[in-house]
Design a protein around this ligand. Structure first.
Ligand SMILES: Nc1ncnc2c1ncn2[C@@H]1O[C@H](COP(=O)(O)OP(=O)(O)OP(=O)(O)O)[C@@H](O)[C@H]1O
Ligand SMILES: [Mg+2]
Length: 385
């Protein structure tokens, strides 16, 4: 593992399998100086501990001194503070505030301190799915099912809002320790995400994303990435979760890219002969080389996974737990309908105009009725004179 604090360490975007002796090595977790615990940042945050570092930013556990609440504070790495780095950081903040959903990490604020961009997020206590897989070795379908359900739900909501993640991987799926019964996952790192309305954010020739999870069309050009590229990444994630291994037998980046582009993947049966062979078909379909041959939505993948694995589908899609009063209110209740929008029985937005009758509504209708009757009586009296 190569700590990113090393001078000129390659970013995740540029990391090759050559760089890692072990392609299964965990994400770098060392955090660059100068933010050590006790450091005050931007007159607003006290740094408490490092949480991790990626290609773009360093993430710290911090205390927001305005609210005294703990947050996850992401600051843009010094060597990424060019126009594009700043733009992507701002875009991540915008997307997080647009995607107010229990399966997506919440945003608490965004700004600059001495020209260093920062992003304060809900602090997720727990581990990433990547850490979980590395810890457990592999997951059983029954364990993966509810995780996949909430992952597909959150991703489906993002897609319905016109947002593709484009960097989906186990290390960007957090598993909160405290089960609020609202979502078992929190999607993080929308730094490479793209809204359908947004412009191009890719330097020509730059590989964006993490190669092992990238769909063939995304490798060819980041501009080609679509919601189905996220479905491809989901297929890789499911394979890795079930086997603890990569679907690609590649020892360097050239081999890896060749295997992805030509659709050369290991079969699930080779790693897990104990699992139903139908699961192999699910992964093959999710990871089909041509986007049009894949599942159209994360929900379709999830349904196929449940059917093939023989696990009891977890019920959150069809019978969602009602949100606690005063909590989740989607920022975009008008998002285009999809398999996981409220019409299909997923998370139900609160406060929509056509909600069920309440005592308040009944009173309003009764008063209106009385008003109409009175008006009729007055008009009748005037006409009769
Ligand atoms: N809200 C959060 N709560 C707790 N830990 C977090 C949170 N956000 C990020 N982390 C931790 O910090 C790590 C890096 O976060 P993130 O992937 O967002 O950074 P990045 O710099 O954008 O990474 P990348 O290299 O993928 O671009 C994560 O893998 C996770 O361990
Ligand atoms: Mg990351």
């Amino acid at each position: 593992m190569r700590p990113v604090s090393e001078p000129d360490a390659p970013s995740d975007e540029q990391r090759t399998l050559d760089d890692d002796d072990d392609p299964w090595a965990p994400e770098p977790t060392e955090v660059v100086d100068p933010f050590s615990p006790g450091f005050f940042f931007g007159d607003r945050f006290r740094i408490d501990a490092p949480l991790g570092t990626g290609a773009m930013g360093a993430v710290y556990r911090a205390t927001d001194l305005r609210t005294q609440q703990p947050v996850a504070l992401k600051v843009l790495l010094q060597n990424k503070q060019d126009g594009e780095g700043r733009q992507r950081f701002a875009r991540e903040a915008q997307i997080l505030s647009d995607l107010d959903h229990p399966g997506v990490v919440g945003i608490r604020g965004f700004g600059h301190a001495k020209s260093v961009p920062w992003l304060a997020m809900e602090l997720v206590e727990g581990e990433t799915l990547g850490q979980r897989i590395r810890r457990a070795g592999k997951l059983e379908p029954s364990v993966l099912t509810p995780i996949l359900r909430d992952l597909c739900s959150a991703l489906g909501v993002a897609h319905a809002a016109g947002i593709t993640h484009r960097d989906l991987k186990p290390d960007h799926v957090m598993l909160p320790k405290t089960d609020t019964d609202r979502s078992l996952v929190k999607l993080i790192d929308f730094g490479l995400s793209r809204a359908s309305t947004s412009g191009k954010l890719t330097r020509t020739g730059t590989v964006l994303g993490t190669p092992r999870y990238m769909a063939p069309e995304q490798i060819s050009s980041a501009a080609n990435a679509s919601a189905r590229s996220d479905v491809y990444a989901l297929g890789v994630i499911v394979f890795e979760a079930l086997t603890g291994d990569s679907p690609f037998a590649a020892s360097d980046q050239g081999q890896l890219l060749g295997a992805i582009l030509q659709g050369r993947t290991d079969s699930l049966q080779k790693h897990r002969p104990d699992l139903p062979h139908e699961l192999d078909d699910v992964i093959q379909c999710a990871m089909a080389t041509r986007p049009e041959d894949r599942y159209g939505t994360p929900r379709e993948l999830y349904d196929a996974f449940v059917a093939a694995s023989g696990t009891q589908g977890a019920p959150r899609f069809s019978t969602p737990a009602p949100p606690p009063p005063g909590s989740f209110t989607p920022a975009r209740p008008q998002a285009a309908p999809s398999a996981m929008t409220p019409s299909a029985g997923a998370f139900t937005p609160t406060g929509l105009a056509n909600g069920p009758a309440t005592p308040g509504r009944v009173l309003v209708f009764a008063l209106l009725g009385v008003g109409v009757l009175l008006l009729g009586a007055v008009v009748g009296y005037l006409l009769s004179r």
